[in-house]
Write a protein that binds this ligand. Sequence first.
Ligand code: SF4
Ligand code: SF4
Length: 199
Amino acid sequence: MKVKPFYKQLAEGKTLSVCSLVTDSSAATADESGLPIFPGGFFIRATGDVKEMPFSVLQKKANNNEKFLPLVKDIKRYPTMTTFVMHSFYGEVYSYDFENIKNGHKIERVRFSFGDKKFIPSGFTIQPDKCISCGTCFKVCTFNAIIPGNPYSINPAYCDECGSCYTVCPSNAVIPKNSLLEEERQLLGKQVKARYIKK
Ligand code: SF4
Ligand code: SF4
């Protein structure tokens, strides 16, 4: 609605990020130590550029596609209302099963883009020439994203980008988005190993 602060925000900023979550159940519970237990579900996020759509254009679209009709009817009911279209965007969609009950992996992610936006490549990769196939990354990855082999590799669709593999790799084979100071990497690596690698 053109009289609301959000209209001004969109009209001036021309950018928007939207996300949506679909779960089997609406509420997360907690385990005995208070850590959250999320029911499995789906998540989608898109970020991009928006522009206001003139009512005449919306009307024309509604003539060809009935999905636009509720918008037309709503604008007729509340004439201060308007419509924005996200014409260029990037984002991600993933299913999640953090308790690893159904899928054998915790997330499965696909990234997408539309118009002149491109998603920023993210996540971690393993440099084949530096990997000594020690398997430490495999032991600490709780997302089942590490593929054993010679060299080891990462399945980007399953990777949550938590960075655990990066902190424990003894030969700096894992390439991060944002590198940590070596001292900090090693300190965090000790904590990760203490948590996930049983002696
Ligand atoms: S921890 Fe590093 S060296 Fe060891 S298997 Fe993983 S990537 Fe290779
Ligand atoms: S960043 Fe985390 S989720 Fe991704 S491969 Fe490494 S340990 Fe697994």
